[in-house]
Design a protein around this ligand. Structure first.
Ligand code: SF4
Length: 301
């Protein structure tokens, strides 16, 4: 920018950064799922995933480096929490994806590394930017925030009038079982989470999805399906059953009871789908590439 003084250029250099992250690796799966590994300016790594569907492209963005909740089934929490992503780092993931793919991304899911509602203020500012007509112009109803159920933040989000879709990773119908697979998250009780979701739906009129990861012999028997069905019947929630994507150093295995579990929910009149597993061949489970990088480098940086 030679049309401004050297002094101003120097000031601008001190205050602003053009790139807060750079593409380190891109893996493309057989199903065309693309997984981006980004290197941040402080040497940390995060991931984003681009899923190509017949009628849309969806990007899954990260909101934190690591995660403090350390759910047992999740690679993102391995290695603990490092820091929140800035607003710029959240938005810039999409910028790089769009620049590289030269395609319009219409859907955003905040389901990458980190718990979005734990980085609440930056998440809200990032949504404001992503939906602005002068940037990506993403429709608010095309955005889904996925949380392990931070109840006070769910209610805060409901009050913003952003009216984004909400997905809650419940994964167990009882507090006792939830404690076994996501102990830190279980400080929010199942009843309080369902209550917050009902309020979210009432206030926003937006769809609430209950995410349920099916883990072999852990949460996939008929009794759990009946408990979940009784918990949410008449709520109008949508259930997404997720086949578990196995990760290293975790004994959890993929369930073979997906259809049986689905049928029980359906018999209760609940709308239920099985999520299409995407990116299995490129370490599709969130956080796997980052963990590999940390191991290679011997540290987070
Ligand atoms: S599932 Fe979500 S909250 Fe749990 S460790 Fe992974 S990123 Fe964190």
């Amino acid at each position: 920018m030679t049309n401004i003084s050297k002094m101003d250029r120097s000031k601008l250099r001190d205050i602003f950064t053009f790139n807060s992250l750079n593409i380190d690796e891109v893996h493309v799966g057989k199903d065309k799922t693309e997984k981006y590994l980004f290197k941040l300016s402080d040497g940390n790594y995060i991931e984003s995933v681009v899923m190509n569907y017949e009628n849309r492209i969806s990007a899954c963005l990260s909101t934190q480096v690591g995660c403090k909740f350390a759910c047992r089934f999740c690679a993102s929490g391995k290695g603990g929490f490092v820091r929140h992503l800035t607003v710029g780092e959240i938005v810039e993931q999409l910028y790089h994806i769009v620049c590289r793919s030269k395609r319009k991304v219409k859907n955003i899911v905040f389901m990458g590394i980190g718990e979005p509602l734990d980085n609440y203020d930056n998440l809200i500012d990032a949504i404001d930017i992503l939906t602005h007509f002068k940037t990506f112009n993403i429709g608010k109803r095309k955005i889904t925030v996925s949380t392990i159920g931070i109840t006070d933040k769910i209610l805060k989000l409901a009050a913003t009038q952003l009216n984004v879709k909400l997905a809650v990773s419940l994964h167990a119908p009882t507090d006792a079982l939830r404690r076994k697979i996501m102990s830190a998250a279980s400080k929010y009780t199942v009843d309080s989470i369902i209550d917050a979701c009902i309020k979210y739906r009432e206030r926003t009129k937006k769809r609430v999805t209950i995410e349920y990861l099916l883990i072999d012999g852990v949460n996939d028997n008929d009794a759990n399906a009946y408990k979940l069905a009784k918990l949410i019947k008449h709520s109008g929630f949508y259930v997404n059953l997720i086949p578990y994507n196995e990760i290293p150093n975790c004994s959890f295995k993929t369930s073979v009871r997906t259809i049986a579990f689905k049928n029980i929910l359906r018999d209760y009149g609940i709308t239920v789908e099985i999520r299409n597993s995407k990116g299995d061949d490129i370490e599709g489970a969130c956080g796997q590439l980052r963990i590999g990088k940390i191991k290679d480098n011997g540290s987070k940086k």
